[in-house]
Write a new protein. Structure first.
Length: 293
């Protein structure tokens, strides 16, 4: 059954009580009805909107384009506008994500009206973005996770071969980190791990890549760096971490690292194996050092 497209005092209760925002606009884009959910979402009282152009709720820069889009729809043949996802700004300045759907229907006076339905999907979008982030990143540190880090390594190897540039990797392991968890608890251990990550990122170049392989083990990818340069970079990282006790407990922490530079036609797993063997030697030889594989 079609809606009775009259002013707001004749709006069916079903529309007024709907949990989603609904508005009715005329051919020229003037509000003729707004339900409470619509008003609450955008932050306007009903009397502030009725009789005003729907572009009132939009940034000035987009008003002309949106009005033109409205007129095209009202003069076109399609009775339903495409379902769209938009980011909008409410009256209080908060950005929200919505799904917008609308249809054209003839009113009691024989003139067309546009009925628009808006659904707030901000929380859903935030969850989707969070899940997308976690698919590639470590939740605790925000670094690339193991899978994404290894995928990035493959990309950097391909780029180095394509351009004939150098590439080094390091596998780094926090020394005796288990003792931090055993003595202070995992909550403190997590904060220390986050602090260590921050110190490591500060010591690297903007285009170096730091990924968490798991536990207290990290992968560092150094594009364009020759072995000597890469060793200096990893030693700088190691020295900065050793010089900065972490957390409120001021816990000292050091790191051991194994470094390897990419050889011609070498597969990524062989490069990582050399770095891992060098890391093993560094830990065996006393820790808090960088060795080359």
């Amino acid at each position: 059954m079609p809606l009775t497209l009259t002013r707001s005092d004749g709006v069916p209760r079903l529309v007024r009580d709907a949990p989603i925002g609904i508005c009715i606009t005329s051919e020229d884009g003037t509000y003729e009805m707004v339900n409470p959910a619509y008003c609450a979402f955008y932050g306007y009282a009903e009397e502030e909107l009725l009789g005003r152009p729907f572009t009132l709720i939009m940034p000035e820069a987009s008003q002309a384009a949106m009005l033109a889009r409205h007129r095209d729809f009202m003069q076109g043949e399609a009775e339903h506008d495409d379902r769209q996802e938009w980011e909008v700004v409410r009256r209080d300045g908060e950005r929200r994500s919505i799904i917008v759907e609308s249809l054209r229907q003839e009113g009691d006076d024989g003139r067309p009206r546009r009925i628009t339905f808006i659904t707030d999907i901000t929380e859903r979008k935030a969850m989707e973005q969070r899940l997308e982030f976690l698919a590639r990143h470590d939740e605790l540190t925000g670094l690339l996770n193991r899978r994404a880090g290894l995928a990035r390594l493959e990309e950097e190897i391909s780029r180095a071969r394509r351009h004939g540039t150098s590439l080094c990797v390091a596998i780094c392991d926090l020394d005796h980190f288990k003792l931090v968890n055993d003595r202070h608890g995992h909550a403190v251990g997590d904060r220390v791990l986050q602090g260590a990550t921050e110190r490591m990122e500060e010591a690297l170049r903007g285009y170096d890549v730091l990924a968490r392989l798991g536990g207290e083990e990290f992968l560092v990818i150094l594009p364009g760096a020759r072995q000597t340069e890469a060793r200096c970079a990893i030693d700088r990282l190691r020295e900065r971490l050793a010089a900065t006790p972490l957390g409120e407990e001021r816990i000292p922490l050091t790191i051991s690292a194994g470094l390897a530079s990419l050889e011609a036609n070498e597969a990524s797993h062989l490069l990582l194996e050399r770095a891992d063997r060098a890391l093993y030697r560094a830990k065996r030889d006393g820790r808090n050092r960088t060795l080359v594989g």
